[in-house]
Design a protein around this ligand. Structure first.
Ligand code: PLP
Ligand code: COI
Length: 340
Protein backbone atom coordinates (compact mmCIF):
# COMPACT_ATOMS: atom_id res chain seq x y z
CA UNK A 1 0.00 0.00 0.00
CA UNK A 2 1.32 3.46 -0.81
CA UNK A 3 2.10 5.79 2.09
CA UNK A 4 -0.30 8.67 2.81
CA UNK A 5 0.90 12.19 1.93
CA UNK A 6 -0.38 14.97 4.22
CA UNK A 7 -0.49 17.58 1.44
CA UNK A 8 -2.91 15.34 -0.53
CA UNK A 9 -5.46 14.87 2.28
CA UNK A 10 -8.97 16.26 1.73
CA UNK A 11 -9.49 17.17 5.40
CA UNK A 12 -13.16 18.07 5.05
CA UNK A 13 -14.15 14.80 3.38
CA UNK A 14 -12.14 12.13 5.12
CA UNK A 15 -14.82 9.50 5.67
CA UNK A 16 -13.77 6.60 7.89
CA UNK A 17 -10.94 4.78 6.15
CA UNK A 18 -7.42 3.49 6.62
CA UNK A 19 -4.42 5.54 5.55
CA UNK A 20 -0.92 4.09 5.74
CA UNK A 21 0.78 6.77 7.88
CA UNK A 22 4.57 7.00 8.37
CA UNK A 23 4.77 5.50 11.90
CA UNK A 24 3.20 2.92 14.19
CA UNK A 25 4.29 1.52 17.58
CA UNK A 26 5.08 -2.14 18.12
CA UNK A 27 6.00 -4.26 21.13
CA UNK A 28 6.44 -8.03 21.28
CA UNK A 29 5.64 -10.35 24.18
CA UNK A 30 7.86 -13.43 24.47
CA UNK A 31 9.66 -15.44 27.17
CA UNK A 32 6.91 -14.41 29.59
CA UNK A 33 7.40 -10.64 29.29
CA UNK A 34 6.97 -7.57 27.09
CA UNK A 35 10.15 -6.68 25.21
CA UNK A 36 11.03 -3.01 24.74
CA UNK A 37 8.81 -1.56 22.02
CA UNK A 38 9.24 1.37 19.65
CA UNK A 39 8.10 3.13 16.49
CA UNK A 40 8.32 1.21 13.22
CA UNK A 41 7.67 2.33 9.65
CA UNK A 42 6.44 -0.88 8.02
CA UNK A 43 2.64 -1.21 8.13
CA UNK A 44 2.86 -4.94 7.31
CA UNK A 45 3.19 -7.76 9.81
CA UNK A 46 4.80 -11.08 8.94
CA UNK A 47 3.28 -13.99 10.83
CA UNK A 48 3.32 -17.77 10.70
CA UNK A 49 0.42 -19.32 8.81
CA UNK A 50 -0.31 -21.17 12.06
CA UNK A 51 -0.36 -18.02 14.25
CA UNK A 52 -3.00 -18.35 16.98
CA UNK A 53 -4.91 -15.26 15.86
CA UNK A 54 -5.60 -16.65 12.35
CA UNK A 55 -7.39 -19.75 13.63
CA UNK A 56 -8.66 -19.32 17.16
CA UNK A 57 -9.05 -15.55 17.21
CA UNK A 58 -6.95 -14.24 20.08
CA UNK A 59 -7.31 -10.57 19.17
CA UNK A 60 -8.31 -7.49 21.16
CA UNK A 61 -8.40 -3.88 20.04
CA UNK A 62 -9.21 -0.34 21.05
CA UNK A 63 -10.34 2.87 19.40
CA UNK A 64 -9.63 6.41 20.61
CA UNK A 65 -9.04 9.77 18.99
CA UNK A 66 -6.59 12.68 19.03
CA UNK A 67 -8.31 16.05 18.56
CA UNK A 68 -6.71 19.22 17.15
CA UNK A 69 -7.72 22.25 19.24
CA UNK A 70 -8.18 25.85 18.13
CA UNK A 71 -4.75 26.85 19.54
CA UNK A 72 -3.08 24.03 17.57
CA UNK A 73 -2.49 21.78 20.59
CA UNK A 74 -3.62 18.14 20.55
CA UNK A 75 -5.96 16.40 23.03
CA UNK A 76 -6.52 12.78 24.01
CA UNK A 77 -9.73 11.88 25.83
CA UNK A 78 -9.46 9.52 28.82
CA UNK A 79 -6.84 7.21 27.22
CA UNK A 80 -6.32 5.24 30.46
CA UNK A 81 -9.87 3.96 30.14
CA UNK A 82 -9.05 2.43 26.76
CA UNK A 83 -5.85 0.96 28.20
CA UNK A 84 -7.77 -0.59 31.11
CA UNK A 85 -10.51 -1.94 28.84
CA UNK A 86 -7.88 -3.52 26.61
CA UNK A 87 -6.49 -5.29 29.67
CA UNK A 88 -9.99 -6.50 30.59
CA UNK A 89 -10.59 -7.70 27.02
CA UNK A 90 -7.19 -9.46 27.01
CA UNK A 91 -7.96 -11.25 30.29
CA UNK A 92 -11.26 -12.55 28.85
CA UNK A 93 -9.39 -13.85 25.80
CA UNK A 94 -6.58 -15.45 27.91
CA UNK A 95 -3.97 -13.06 26.49
CA UNK A 96 -1.04 -11.19 28.03
CA UNK A 97 -1.99 -7.73 29.33
CA UNK A 98 -0.22 -4.58 28.18
CA UNK A 99 0.66 -2.09 30.99
CA UNK A 100 -1.63 0.97 31.18
CA UNK A 101 1.14 3.58 31.33
CA UNK A 102 2.99 1.95 28.39
CA UNK A 103 -0.26 1.92 26.37
CA UNK A 104 -0.78 5.66 26.92
CA UNK A 105 2.89 6.41 26.15
CA UNK A 106 2.70 4.37 22.92
CA UNK A 107 -0.46 6.22 21.85
CA UNK A 108 1.24 9.58 22.48
CA UNK A 109 4.34 8.52 20.52
CA UNK A 110 2.23 7.51 17.53
CA UNK A 111 0.25 10.77 17.61
CA UNK A 112 3.42 12.87 17.83
CA UNK A 113 5.22 10.95 15.10
CA UNK A 114 2.26 11.34 12.70
CA UNK A 115 1.19 14.82 13.80
CA UNK A 116 0.97 16.27 10.29
CA UNK A 117 -1.94 13.84 9.78
CA UNK A 118 -4.07 15.18 12.64
CA UNK A 119 -6.93 16.92 10.81
CA UNK A 120 -6.95 20.72 11.27
CA UNK A 121 -9.29 22.34 13.80
CA UNK A 122 -12.71 23.13 12.34
CA UNK A 123 -12.78 20.32 9.75
CA UNK A 124 -14.73 17.94 12.03
CA UNK A 125 -11.95 15.38 11.55
CA UNK A 126 -9.70 13.72 14.12
CA UNK A 127 -6.89 11.20 14.24
CA UNK A 128 -8.39 7.79 15.00
CA UNK A 129 -5.98 5.60 16.96
CA UNK A 130 -6.24 1.83 16.80
CA UNK A 131 -4.23 -0.10 19.43
CA UNK A 132 -4.54 -3.88 19.05
CA UNK A 133 -2.96 -7.11 20.18
CA UNK A 134 -2.79 -10.56 18.58
CA UNK A 135 -1.65 -14.03 19.60
CA UNK A 136 1.21 -14.98 17.28
CA UNK A 137 2.42 -18.42 18.38
CA UNK A 138 2.23 -21.08 15.64
CA UNK A 139 -0.15 -23.85 16.80
CA UNK A 140 -2.92 -26.15 15.72
CA UNK A 141 -4.26 -27.17 19.16
CA UNK A 142 -6.82 -24.81 20.67
CA UNK A 143 -4.92 -23.02 23.44
CA UNK A 144 -3.66 -19.54 24.33
CA UNK A 145 -0.58 -18.22 22.55
CA UNK A 146 2.66 -17.68 24.48
CA UNK A 147 3.69 -14.84 22.17
CA UNK A 148 1.87 -11.60 21.26
CA UNK A 149 2.29 -8.49 19.17
CA UNK A 150 0.93 -5.19 20.50
CA UNK A 151 0.61 -2.48 17.88
CA UNK A 152 -0.81 1.04 17.67
CA UNK A 153 -1.54 2.64 14.32
CA UNK A 154 -3.45 5.79 13.48
CA UNK A 155 -5.51 7.12 10.58
CA UNK A 156 -7.19 10.49 9.98
CA UNK A 157 -11.00 10.21 9.97
CA UNK A 158 -14.14 12.24 9.62
CA UNK A 159 -17.32 11.25 11.45
CA UNK A 160 -18.09 7.49 11.31
CA UNK A 161 -21.77 8.27 10.89
CA UNK A 162 -22.09 11.76 9.49
CA UNK A 163 -22.25 14.31 12.32
CA UNK A 164 -25.60 14.88 13.94
CA UNK A 165 -27.62 13.46 11.04
CA UNK A 166 -30.49 11.22 12.20
CA UNK A 167 -30.22 7.72 10.69
CA UNK A 168 -32.58 4.77 10.27
CA UNK A 169 -31.72 1.72 12.41
CA UNK A 170 -33.03 -1.83 12.41
CA UNK A 171 -33.55 -4.17 15.39
CA UNK A 172 -31.73 -7.36 14.40
CA UNK A 173 -33.07 -10.86 14.89
CA UNK A 174 -29.39 -11.96 15.18
CA UNK A 175 -27.06 -11.55 18.17
CA UNK A 176 -23.65 -9.90 18.11
CA UNK A 177 -22.48 -11.75 21.24
CA UNK A 178 -23.71 -14.75 23.22
CA UNK A 179 -25.28 -14.64 26.67
CA UNK A 180 -22.33 -15.07 29.11
CA UNK A 181 -20.10 -14.82 26.02
CA UNK A 182 -17.58 -12.20 24.96
CA UNK A 183 -19.84 -9.15 24.53
CA UNK A 184 -17.92 -7.09 27.11
CA UNK A 185 -14.60 -7.66 25.35
CA UNK A 186 -13.48 -5.62 22.36
CA UNK A 187 -12.43 -8.65 20.35
CA UNK A 188 -12.53 -9.34 16.61
CA UNK A 189 -15.01 -12.23 16.80
CA UNK A 190 -17.84 -10.01 18.05
CA UNK A 191 -17.42 -7.83 14.98
CA UNK A 192 -17.01 -10.76 12.56
CA UNK A 193 -20.30 -12.14 13.88
CA UNK A 194 -22.02 -8.79 13.34
CA UNK A 195 -21.03 -8.48 9.67
CA UNK A 196 -23.81 -10.70 8.32
CA UNK A 197 -26.70 -8.94 10.14
CA UNK A 198 -25.09 -5.55 9.51
CA UNK A 199 -24.66 -6.10 5.74
CA UNK A 200 -28.23 -7.37 5.55
CA UNK A 201 -29.55 -4.26 7.35
CA UNK A 202 -27.37 -1.89 5.27
CA UNK A 203 -28.61 -3.60 2.10
CA UNK A 204 -32.13 -2.68 3.18
CA UNK A 205 -31.17 0.98 3.66
CA UNK A 206 -30.46 1.06 7.41
CA UNK A 207 -27.37 2.65 8.96
CA UNK A 208 -26.79 -0.41 11.19
CA UNK A 209 -28.39 -2.89 13.60
CA UNK A 210 -29.51 -2.50 17.17
CA UNK A 211 -29.12 -5.81 19.03
CA UNK A 212 -31.35 -7.17 21.78
CA UNK A 213 -30.15 -9.14 24.79
CA UNK A 214 -29.03 -12.59 23.57
CA UNK A 215 -30.85 -14.56 26.29
CA UNK A 216 -34.46 -13.41 25.86
CA UNK A 217 -34.45 -10.94 22.95
CA UNK A 218 -36.49 -8.70 25.18
CA UNK A 219 -34.15 -5.91 26.30
CA UNK A 220 -32.14 -3.40 24.26
CA UNK A 221 -28.41 -4.20 24.24
CA UNK A 222 -26.37 -2.03 21.85
CA UNK A 223 -25.51 -1.21 18.24
CA UNK A 224 -22.83 -3.07 16.28
CA UNK A 225 -20.25 -0.38 17.04
CA UNK A 226 -21.77 1.90 19.69
CA UNK A 227 -23.83 1.88 22.90
CA UNK A 228 -27.50 2.95 22.98
CA UNK A 229 -29.17 5.78 24.89
CA UNK A 230 -32.70 7.11 25.03
CA UNK A 231 -34.12 10.33 26.48
CA UNK A 232 -37.56 9.96 28.03
CA UNK A 233 -40.37 12.44 27.45
CA UNK A 234 -39.49 14.15 30.74
CA UNK A 235 -35.81 14.49 29.78
CA UNK A 236 -34.22 11.54 31.59
CA UNK A 237 -31.09 9.96 30.05
CA UNK A 238 -31.39 6.14 30.06
CA UNK A 239 -28.84 3.59 28.81
CA UNK A 240 -28.92 -0.23 28.99
CA UNK A 241 -27.41 -2.22 31.83
CA UNK A 242 -26.28 -5.50 30.30
CA UNK A 243 -23.47 -8.03 30.64
CA UNK A 244 -23.23 -8.55 26.89
CA UNK A 245 -22.37 -4.99 25.79
CA UNK A 246 -19.06 -3.16 25.51
CA UNK A 247 -18.40 -0.81 28.47
CA UNK A 248 -18.16 2.40 26.43
CA UNK A 249 -15.91 5.32 27.41
CA UNK A 250 -18.34 7.68 25.67
CA UNK A 251 -21.29 6.20 27.60
CA UNK A 252 -19.50 6.55 30.95
CA UNK A 253 -18.66 10.16 30.11
CA UNK A 254 -22.17 11.01 28.93
CA UNK A 255 -23.65 9.56 32.13
CA UNK A 256 -21.71 12.23 34.04
CA UNK A 257 -22.44 14.98 31.52
CA UNK A 258 -26.16 14.11 31.58
CA UNK A 259 -26.11 14.46 35.38
CA UNK A 260 -24.58 17.96 34.99
CA UNK A 261 -27.36 18.80 32.53
CA UNK A 262 -30.01 17.73 35.07
CA UNK A 263 -31.05 14.69 33.01
CA UNK A 264 -31.14 12.32 35.99
CA UNK A 265 -29.20 9.56 34.14
CA UNK A 266 -29.73 5.84 34.82
CA UNK A 267 -28.33 2.56 33.58
CA UNK A 268 -31.01 -0.10 33.62
CA UNK A 269 -32.59 -2.87 31.60
CA UNK A 270 -34.70 -1.32 28.85
CA UNK A 271 -37.51 -3.42 27.39
CA UNK A 272 -37.73 -3.16 23.61
CA UNK A 273 -41.50 -3.02 24.06
CA UNK A 274 -41.00 0.22 26.05
CA UNK A 275 -39.08 1.98 23.27
CA UNK A 276 -41.95 4.40 22.72
CA UNK A 277 -41.19 5.99 26.12
CA UNK A 278 -38.29 7.80 24.37
CA UNK A 279 -38.59 11.19 22.80
CA UNK A 280 -34.97 11.00 21.59
CA UNK A 281 -32.52 8.13 21.10
CA UNK A 282 -29.01 7.73 19.79
CA UNK A 283 -25.80 5.74 19.33
CA UNK A 284 -22.73 6.77 21.33
CA UNK A 285 -19.10 5.77 20.84
CA UNK A 286 -15.68 7.05 19.88
CA UNK A 287 -16.16 6.57 16.15
CA UNK A 288 -19.90 7.35 16.18
CA UNK A 289 -19.55 10.26 18.69
CA UNK A 290 -23.30 10.81 19.18
CA UNK A 291 -25.51 9.78 16.30
CA UNK A 292 -29.27 10.33 16.60
CA UNK A 293 -31.69 7.49 15.86
CA UNK A 294 -33.95 8.94 13.16
CA UNK A 295 -36.07 5.80 13.13
CA UNK A 296 -35.96 2.30 14.57
CA UNK A 297 -37.65 -0.58 12.79
CA UNK A 298 -38.68 -3.56 14.92
CA UNK A 299 -40.71 -6.44 13.50
CA UNK A 300 -42.17 -4.34 10.64
CA UNK A 301 -43.04 -1.49 12.98
CA UNK A 302 -41.19 1.81 12.51
CA UNK A 303 -40.68 4.06 15.52
CA UNK A 304 -39.57 7.69 15.16
CA UNK A 305 -38.45 8.91 18.59
CA UNK A 306 -37.93 12.55 17.58
CA UNK A 307 -37.63 13.25 13.84
CA UNK A 308 -36.15 11.52 10.81
CA UNK A 309 -34.42 14.72 9.73
CA UNK A 310 -33.90 16.89 12.82
CA UNK A 311 -31.77 16.34 15.93
CA UNK A 312 -33.51 16.60 19.31
CA UNK A 313 -32.52 19.31 21.82
CA UNK A 314 -31.11 16.94 24.48
CA UNK A 315 -29.00 15.06 21.91
CA UNK A 316 -27.66 18.38 20.65
CA UNK A 317 -26.81 19.52 24.20
CA UNK A 318 -25.02 16.24 25.01
CA UNK A 319 -23.09 16.40 21.72
CA UNK A 320 -22.02 20.01 22.20
CA UNK A 321 -20.85 19.38 25.76
CA UNK A 322 -18.93 16.17 24.94
CA UNK A 323 -17.22 17.48 21.81
CA UNK A 324 -16.65 20.85 23.55
CA UNK A 325 -14.69 19.11 26.33
CA UNK A 326 -12.79 16.94 23.83
CA UNK A 327 -11.63 20.04 21.90
CA UNK A 328 -10.93 22.17 25.04
CA UNK A 329 -13.77 24.55 24.19
CA UNK A 330 -15.74 23.80 27.34
CA UNK A 331 -14.35 23.46 30.88
CA UNK A 332 -12.85 20.04 31.60
CA UNK A 333 -13.68 20.00 35.30
CA UNK A 334 -13.02 16.26 35.72
CA UNK A 335 -9.59 16.25 34.07
CA UNK A 336 -10.62 13.96 31.21
CA UNK A 337 -8.41 15.60 28.62
CA UNK A 338 -4.65 15.12 28.25
CA UNK A 339 -2.38 17.14 26.00
CA UNK A 340 -0.10 15.06 23.80
N1 PLP B 1 -20.04 -0.75 21.59
C1 PLP B 1 -19.31 -1.31 20.61
C2 PLP B 1 -19.72 -2.66 20.14
C3 PLP B 1 -18.21 -0.64 20.07
O1 PLP B 1 -17.49 -1.20 19.09
C4 PLP B 1 -17.87 0.63 20.55
C5 PLP B 1 -16.70 1.35 20.04
O2 PLP B 1 -15.62 1.26 20.56
C6 PLP B 1 -18.66 1.20 21.57
C7 PLP B 1 -19.73 0.48 22.06
C8 PLP B 1 -18.35 2.55 22.13
O3 PLP B 1 -17.27 2.51 23.00
P1 PLP B 1 -16.38 3.80 23.23
O4 PLP B 1 -17.28 4.88 23.66
O5 PLP B 1 -15.43 3.40 24.29
O6 PLP B 1 -15.71 4.08 21.93
C1 COI C 1 -14.82 2.82 17.96
O1 COI C 1 -15.76 3.58 18.16
O2 COI C 1 -13.66 3.14 18.28
C2 COI C 1 -14.99 1.51 17.37
O3 COI C 1 -14.14 0.69 17.53
C3 COI C 1 -16.21 1.21 16.61
C4 COI C 1 -15.89 0.57 15.29
C5 COI C 1 -17.15 -0.06 14.78
C6 COI C 1 -15.33 1.54 14.31
Amino acid sequence: MTKAVAADMDWNNLGFKYWDLPYRYQAVYKDGKWQKGGLVEDSNLTLSEAAEDFHYGQEVFEGLKAYRCKDGSVNLFRPEMNAKRMQDSAKRMCMATYPIEDFVAAVKEVVKANQEFIPPYGTGGSLYIRPFMIGTEPMVGVKPSKTYVFRVFATPVGAYIKGLTPMPYFVSEFDRAAYAGTGQAKTAGNYAGSLYPSMKAKGEGYADCLYLDPREHKYIDEFGGANFYGVTKDGQFVTPKSDSILPSVTKKSLLEIAADLGMNPTEKQIKMSDFDQFNEAGAMGTAAVISPVGSLTYKDQKFVPFSETETGPYTKKLYDELTGIQMSERPDKRGWVQKV
